[in-house]
Design a protein around this ligand. Structure first.
Ligand code: HEM
Length: 402
């Protein structure tokens, strides 16, 4: 897919979060911006802002009066769907509808429902590791991280596991194919809608115990969910559940491949893994969301106008030295860690129990199976990064040290 924009000339005045250089160098870019211009701007995408301090990200995330979630993915095209429902409830919904659309989904992601998945997630990780045999070189993103969340969410939604490549394609279209021609982007959404229609028809004919049947039989204000609501929530769960967790697993393994001391500590003391996971989530948070300006407002001295895009880089907030001590260091036993990886405010991640479970089990099993490993090529450019609002390694070649 060809970008409709050229290379970035200046990150403060012409940024592009979908430029291939952004995710690879994001921490340096945020640090530069924090020191010079804490709210960057671009004319791309019909105008977008990028605040990089914890203070501004928090202020915007909590302000549902001046900012709408009608679309959380920046693209050159403003969404057709209207507030307060939006096209992927509840993430695209504003109050008061948001509260009710979120409440509907909460029980499906409670610890009581998620905890029992641990056995299946562990078996899945072990199968993936066994399939790598005794190879000396493996790709921890391609052969491991990317498969875990796809498999889990496909099972939860009741979709064929054999469609995993299709799901990764849909997620790529929604999240990475943002700076392309309108027809290409609409065609991609059309393919996703067609796929979901087939799954919905199948579930109407053969109802079963999964999230799709749950959405089809759920009610809101004593009425069945509208077909747009059902389809929108399915898109949300498919997209929110895949790239995010895949990225977090990949970044955690990248850290362990490049920090022998931390790796050894976790090998010696696996009970520390859950604490380390929180630090990986802070330091390598994968998810940046977006808002549209609903009413003119000034943030950090910048005049934000109705319909401007505003990126919400939770990953940048997480490494702001004003919010965290030694913010640029990864301290795997950091005790106080109120990170914003899962967002701030009313849209805080609904899948965090599931994400933490997948992340912990994926790291536990990888360490238990391989023990010591390092980057196959110490040049950091040997790792390739995703493009756009979800940040994580897409190729991660590692050498197993036996
Ligand atoms: C490490 C993995 C994950 C990260 C870092 C993450 C991060 C986030 C963030 C930052 C938000 C806030 C969105 C906003 O403010 O607009 C969010 C919302 C959400 N996430 Fe996650 N997420 C992860 C995994 C998952 C998973 C596995 C699921 C479920 C399958 C999920 C489902 C959702 C949903 C439904 C929302 C919308 C909540 C609302 O609008 O009230 N996420 N996530």
């Amino acid at each position: 897919m060809t970008s409709i924009y050229g290379p970035v000339t200046d990150w403060a005045t012409d940024f592009d979060h979908a430029d291939p250089g952004y995710n690879a160098h994001a921490p340096e870019i945020w640090a530069d911006l924090r020191a010079t211009c804490p709210v960057a701007h671009t004319d791309r995408y019909n105008g977008a802002w990028l605040p990089v301090t914890h203070e501004h990200v928090t202020q915007i995330a909590y302000d549902t009066e001046h900012f709408t979630s009608r679309s959380v993915i920046v693209s050159p095209f403003h969404p057709i769907a209207q507030a307060p429902v939006g096209n992927a409830p509840p993430i695209s919904s504003d109050p008061p509808f948001h509260h009710d659309a979120r409440r509907l989904l909460l029980p499906a992601f409670s610890p009581k429902v998620i905890d029992p998945w641990e056995k299946d997630v562990r078996a899945l990780c072990q199968d993936l590791l066994a399939a790598m045999g005794d190879a000396d070189l493996v790709d921890a993103a391609v052969q491991y991280a990317q498969h875990i969340p796809v498999n889990v969410i496909a099972r939860m939604l009741g979709f064929p596991l054999s469609d995993a490549d299709l799901f990764r394609g849909f997620v790529h279209d929604v999240l990475e194919g943002v700076n392309i021609e309108l027809e290409q982007r609409f065609a991609a959404f059309g393919r996703l809608a067609e796929y979901l229609d087939v799954q919905i028809r199948d579930h109407i004919d053969n109802p079963r115990d999964d999230l799709t049947t749950f959405l089809l039989s759920a009610t809101i204000y004593d009425q069945p969910l509208s077909p747009e609501h059902v389809r929108g929530s399915m898109v949300l769960l498919l997209v929110a559940g895949i790239d995010t967790t895949w990225s977090a697993i990949g970044s955690s393994l990248l850290h362990l491949a490049t920090h022998a001391e931390d790796r050894q500590r976790l090998l010696d003391d696996p009970a520390l893994i859950p604490v380390a996971i929180e630090e990986f989530l802070r330091a390598y948070a994968p998810v940046t969301m977006a808002r549209l300006v609903k009413e003119d407002v000034e943030i950090g001295g910048c005049p934000m106008k109705v319909d401007d895009w505003v990126l919400l880089p939770f990953p940048a907030a997480n490494v702001d030295p004003l919010a965290f001590e030694h913010a640029d260091e990864v301290i795997i036993d950091r005790l106080e860690n109120r990170h914003a990886a899962f967002g701030l405010g009313i849209h805080r991640c609904l899948g965090s129990n599931l994400a933490r479970l997948e992340l912990r089990v994926a790291v536990e099993e990888f360490l238990a199976h391989f023990g010591n490993f390092e980057l196959a090529d110490p040049n950091p450019d040997s790792v390739t990064w995703s493009v756009g609002q979800v940040r994580g390694p897409r190729t991660l070649p590692v050498r197993i040290l036996r």
